[in-house]
Design a protein around this ligand. Structure first.
Ligand SMILES: [Zn+2]
Length: 228
């Protein structure tokens, strides 16, 4: 596995679970990890690769509280970790339920690691837009709220013309809905991304895309609302 550049100052490191994009925003010797993935051991290898190129990890962002994005957070217990308050509540209240569900599709060493990992909670609640400085890069965390999950959050990196959208945007497949999804909230989130998002959208799974992908999602979600 290696860090794959996708925009100036932004690399991705796809994880085995559904090809989840662990992302790294870095500048001037500092790095921010966005979505550390499932297993702390794998996130540890990502961490080693970041540090080997001379970057110090200064924080972690969790875009939303789905296990494939955030169960590895324990590998970054020494730095602040940022998430929407509802995402932190989701992990606290339903983390074990998510672990049980994930174990249904895991086997061997992965299942073993999943069974034994500590589900760490993000340490900083992001209720209003929050600005971070990574080297000379301004990074804005924008809490979106209930949409794909109970508490989605996106990360804007204007200098890279990129928005890291978590699972609000998918290119590996269609948008994923579950019993926690708020379809109306998701449609409002797409409007927000269209208005405030950067031209390059980096999804939770799959390759970066442009804003035209939002129309694809809007059509599917509107059809879902009509059928529901
Ligand atoms: Zn998700």
């Amino acid at each position: 596995m290696s860090l794959e550049p996708i925009a100036p100052g932004i690399d991705r490191w796809p994880m085995p679970e559904a090809g989840m994009n662990a992302l790294v925003v870095a500048d001037g010797g500092e790095a921010l990890v966005v979505d550390p993935g499932t297993l702390p051991s794998r996130a540890g290898r990502l961490r080693t690769a970041i540090e080997a190129r001379g970057d110090r990890i200064v924080g972690v962002v969790v875009t939303h509280a789905h296990w494939d994005h955030c169960f590895a957070l324990a590998a970054f217990a020494d730095v602040p970790s940022f998430a929407h308050p509802a995402a932190i509540a989701e992990l606290r209240e339903r983390g074990e339920q998510q672990r049980a569900a994930a174990l249904g599709s895991a086997s061997g060493e992965t299942a073993d690691a999943l069974r034994h990992l500590t589900i760490a909670l993000p340490t900083v609640q992001v209720e209003t837009p929050h600005r971070l400085q990574i080297g000379a890069l301004a990074v804005e965390l924008e809490p979106i709220g209930h949409a794909h999950s109970r508490g989605d959050l996106v990360v804007h990196v204007p200098a890279a013309a990129a928005t890291l959208a978590g699972d609000l945007v998918e290119t590996a497949g269609d948008p994923q809905l579950d019993e926690q999804t708020d379809v109306g909230g998701w449609l409002r989130a797409l409007d927000r991304l269209g208005a405030h998002g950067q031209p390059l959208l980096v999804p939770g799974h799959g390759d970066p895309c442009g804003r035209e992908r939002l129309d694809h999602h809007r059509a599917l979600l509107e059809a879902h609302l009509r059928s529901g």
